[in-house]
Design a protein around this ligand. Structure first.
Ligand code: TXA
Ligand code: MG
Length: 345
């Protein structure tokens, strides 16, 4: 089922997609679950495979800035055109924009909304596949709804995977970033950050010529006006409180305070962002060290795979380090807060 992403395999994947099948696809952020974004029947299969509520729209992937028009209303209004020009050097890359949609994108992709989320992925396999398709690809992260996103082809297989729904999984190795793309909604003077991700907020704000806090604030205000839960139509369902969750309870701890954490008769796993002393590591039934130096790029790169491995250990609890929520740390803490939400509620 998993195929090394040779040119032949990519050509076969393009044919499968053209005939309405689903394909597992590597990107630089996480693995995606791809379908022809112009084919309502194919897109519908994504929702079934993920058990995803049909009210949660999908991200569309295109090969180049020229092909944005395959997904968004063209030409865009002047403000959106200028905003696209300001950020287009970040593509291919882990940045998704939300703009008015065109008529070819299936209603299923946008969950009936007038907007569509679109990005150009920076992964040679994804780009090569997109190049071979005459249509854009709708591709959410290739995990069951609310479970941890996949960063290795193997994560699409096994009991927590979605392999049975796929005609092919292209193996492009471990995903570079390990957290999803940053999502920004264009079309207002202060574009709204809908999901922090691999592109830091400061880099986006700089391109728009505004202060990062202004973008954060406009987002926070919007979500206060329309809080997101499973019943409310979402501004961006990435804002769901509970998401990315392992089945095992997860608690977030400050690294320096974790040594004082006592647990009797419990099998506890520890995810640390830096190495632990031997005696500290010895207290845990399983340990994952995400970086030798606390480098947040390494932490993000290893985080989801570590959560999945821990989840396979039959533990009572996972304790995980935290970091300052700035730059990539903002995306990491966003994912961790959501992953821990079930434990807290
Ligand atoms: O890095 C990524 O973005 C990965 C890779 C595979 O590209 N994809 C990904 O897709 O994370 P998914 O479906 O797991 O997350 C898409 C997010 C959801 O939170 C969804 O609600 C939001 O994008 N979204 C999609 N269309 C939207 C729209 N029109 N307006 C607001 N939010 C939208
Ligand atoms: Mg996802």
């Amino acid at each position: 089922m998993i195929s090394p992403a040779s040119q032949d395999a990519i050509a076969q994947a393009a044919k499968l997609l053209a005939s309405g099948c689903l394909v597992g696809l590597p990107t630089e952020t996480v693995y995606g679950l791809a379908a022809n974004a112009w084919d309502a029947g194919a897109v519908q299969k994504i929702f079934v495979a993920k058990s995803r509520p049909s009210s949660n729209p999908l991200i569309v992937h295109v090969a180049s800035v020229d092909r944005l028009r395959d997904a968004i209303s063209w030409p865009p209004p002047p403000l959106v055109r200028d905003q696209l020009a300001a950020i287009s050097d970040l593509w291919p890359g882990p940045l998704t924009v939300v703009c008015e949609r065109n008529d070819r994108i299936s209603d299923q992709v946008t969950a009936g909304q007038s907007t569509v989320a679109v990005r150009i992925p920076a992964h040679e396999v994804a780009l090569s596949l997109l190049d071979k398709c005459v249509f854009p690809l709708a591709a959410p992260s290739a995990n069951r709804s609310k479970y941890v996103s996949p960063t290795l082809a193997e994560h699409l297989c096994g009991p927590t995977g979605i392999e049975e729904h796929l005609s092919m999984i292209l193996d492009g190795g471990p995903c570079h970033w390990g957290v999803e793309s940053t999502i920004v909604k264009l079309g207002s003077e202060i574009p709204q950050l809908l999901r922090p991700g691999a592109v830091p907020l400061a880099e986006l704000a700089e391109r728009f010529g505004i202060h990062p806090e202004a973008m954060l604030q406009s987002t926070a205000e919007r979500h206060q006006r329309a809080p997101c839960d499973d019943e409310t139509p979402w501004l961006s369902p990435g804002m769901m409180r509970e998401h990315y969750s392992p089945s095992t309870p997860l608690r977030l701890v400050d690294h320096s305070l974790a040594t004082t954490y006592q647990f009797a008769n419990q099998r506890v796993g520890r995810i640390a962002f830096v190495p632990l002393s031997k005696s500290e590591a010895g207290r845990f039934a399983a340990v994952e060290i995400l970086s030798a130096t606390g480098d947040l790029r390494e932490v993000a790169h290893h985080l989801f795979a570590a959560l999945r491995r821990m989840d396979d250990e039959g533990l009572d609890l996972i304790l995980c380090d935290t970091c300052v929520p700035v730059d990539l740390g903002l995306a990491i803490m966003d994912r961790l807060h959501r992953a821990a939400a079930r434990t807290l509620s």
